[in-house]
Structures are given as structure tokens and as C-alpha cells.
Ligand binder design. Structure first.
Ligand code: SAM
Length: 304
């Protein structure tokens, strides 16, 4: 494997901090080449009931995190959120609009919104549309949701002279497969991708994981081989796994330290060689997960 300088490289490096991403003090300024993440969807009834005291507390997280992200992201680089508006106890919260506002206020450019559309049969939480089947009259319409948004922001503009300085081998390894780009409709603002249902014995059980195909496309589209990807709301470590698979290094933040084993196992499933370092911040707990459970301080393992 090669690093950005085009030298032979044995493995990618992955660092996971169990702590609140409102501070990413472990990461130096402007050292991240791409962010791909999916924050908790406010108090999503299935996954995060009552995680936040109220919607303002959620907005505070978005705002504080966005300005810290601005510090760590390299100039011209991209930050992607997979998120959705959330229906909680009959009220719809405008998470997509508020995430966009928080990012613009932090200094980012709003670049794109891609709709991630799931297969029709994959409605997860409730079949709201059934209300109309029972009452086939006006005012009983509640559609089932099979989409989420992939929001794309940019820190200023990318300096394309950077690519001219890259070793040809790095550029070649970063080349995007045009058959997939055209054949799988990557070029459209609608991406049809099957979602992960966190059921049964899946590693993602209990975590609202996104399908690998989302970070896979974004990492290929917005970072070069050997660069560094950040997922500040890491969950089961999907982004870390994809980063390894594609020859990128990564950073991840996660408040639920009990996910350490899941993240390790997931990384093991990716081809290639890697080194992962876990660290846990002391005395910092931002959510119910980390209050509930505390595990080892710092550990490190290498896998292939
Ligand atoms: C939607 S899940 C991410 C799932 C992930 N994309 C995957 O594929 O597994 C959001 C994660 O953010 C974590 N989280 C919530 N607040 C956080 C914070 N302030 N800092 C870091 N992680 C946080 C939650 O514990 C949860 O695991």
C-alpha cells in the first residue's frame, strides 16, 4: 500500500476516541481530508429515545460540533452528513434544515443534498400509511418514509493544483470507476441503496448504522488514497472499515465505549492491513451510553 508521498506503506492507521466530538482536541488543525458521518437523529423513537433533554440541546450539539469540525478540516475539503428530519411523539423536527444552518453559520459552503432512497419494502419503524387504508378519506394521509438526506458541505474551495502534485500512483489508485459512476447512477442527486436493519445477530444490532455503500461512494468521490477520513459519530465503525478497505486512514469519535468490540470486529472484516488505537477520555460523558458503561482506558491492536 502507498501513502500520500507514494511510498510503500504496510498498513492504514485508525484512531478511535471514546469521547464527545464537541472537542476533537486530539486532532490537529486542518489535518482531516474528508468527514463522513451520521449524527444521532435527535430523539429518534427507535434508537435514541430521550437522548437529548430537548431539541435545543440537540441544536447546541450541532452548533458546537460544526465549529470544531471547521477547525480540523483542511481548506477546500468536504464534510458529509447522513441525516433526516425526525418524527418524535407526533411532532416533526427539521433536523436537515437545522444541520444545514449550523454548518453554514460555522463557515461552510452548502454544496449539495443527495436523497438516499431505500427499497420500498424496507420501512422500519411504522407503517403510517396504514391509517389511510383503514380510513380511506381525506386528512388520513401519513406517508411512510423511505429516504434520508446526504448533506454535502465544503470548507471554501478546493485548490485543484493539489492534484497535480500528487504522485501518479496515488492518482491512479484514487481513480473513480466510471462504469459504476454511470451504471449505478452516482451522478444523480438520488442514490438508491439498501439500508441496514440492526436486527438479529448483526454486528450493527442496536446501532443505527448506515450501509457501507454510502461512505464507500463518498470516500471515493471526495478523498485521495492515503488521506485521512473522520467520522465524529462513529457508531459501529462503518466509516473506519470502509476507510481501511479503500486505503485511507481514519479518526472516529464515539460516546458509547461499549461499541469497542463491534468496531474492532467490523474493521477485521475489511481487506488489507491496519493498525487501530482506541483511547478513552476520562471524566467526560455526554450521553446515556457512556454514563451507563465505562471500559478500558487505552488499547491498541493490529489486524489484517
Ligand atoms: C447514527 S449513529 C452512527 C452510526 C454509524 N454511522 C454506523 O454506521 O454505525 C450515531 C452515534 O453517535 C454517537 N454519539 C452521540 N452523541 C455523540 C457525541 N456528542 N460525540 C460522539 N459520538 C456521539 C451515538 O452513541 C451513536 O453511536
Amino acid at each position: 500500500m502507498l501513502n500520500v508521498q507514494g511510498q510503500r506503506n504496510l498498513s492504514t492507521k485508525h484512531r478511535v476516541i471514546f469521547g464527545d466530538c464537541r472537542s476533537m482536541k486530539e486532532i490537529s488543525d486542518e489535518s482531516i481530508h474528508l468527514m463522513v458521518t451520521s449524527p444521532p437523529y435527535y430523539n429518534a423513537p427507535f434508537d435514541y429515545p430521550d437522548l437529548f433533554k430537548d431539541y435545543n440541546a440537540y441544536l447546541d450539539l450541532l452548533r458546537e460540533f460544526s465549529s470544531e469540525l471547521y477547525r480540523v478540516l483542511a481548506p477546500g475539503r468536504v464534510a458529509c452528513f447522513v441525516t433526516d428530519d425526525m418524527l418524535v411523539k407526533g411532532e416533526k423536527f427539521p433536523v436537515v434544515a437545522d444541520t444545514t444552518r449550523a454548518m453554514i453559520d460555522a463557515g461552510f459552503r452548502y454544496r449539495d443534498r443527495i436523497s438516499w432512497v431505500k427499497p420500498k419494502g424496507y420501512v422500519r419503524i411504522s407503517r403510517r400509511s396504514g391509517v389511510l387504508l383503514q380510513h380511506p378519506y381525506p386528512m388520513y394521509y401519513y406517508p411512510d418514509n423511505i429516504q434520508e438526506s446526504i448533506l454535502v458541505f465544503q470548507k471554501g474551495r478546493f485548490d485543484y493544483s493539489y492534484t497535480k502534485k500528487l504522485p501518479p500512483e496515488i492518482k491512479e489508485r484514487s481513480r473513480i470507476d466510471l462504469d459504476k459512476y454511470k451504471g449505478e447512477d452516482w451522478y444523480l442527486t438520488v442514490w438508491n441503496i439498501t439500508n441496514v436493519l440492526p436486527l438479529g445477530e448483526r454486528l450493527e444490532k442496536g446501532v443505527a448504522a448506515f450501509p457501507e455503500e454510502i461512505p464507500r461512494r463518498l470516500v471515493k468521490l471526495f478523498s485521495y488514497y492515503g488521506e485521512t477520513v473522520l467520522d465524529p459519530f462513529l457508531g459501529s465503525g462503518t466509516t473506519t472499515k470502509v476507510a481501511k478497505e479503500l486505503g485511507r486512514n481514519s479518526w472516529g469519535y464515539e460516546t458509547n465505549s461499549s461499541l469497542k468490540t463491534v468496531i474492532s470486529k467490523k474493521l477485521d472484516r475489511a481487506p488489507g492491513r491496519s493498525h487501530i488505537v482506541f483511547s478513552e477520555r476520562k471524566g467526560q460523558s455526554s450521553d446515556r451510553h457512556s454514563r451507563r458503561r465505562r471500559v478500558a482506558n487505552v488499547s491498541s491492536l493490529t489486524n489484517r
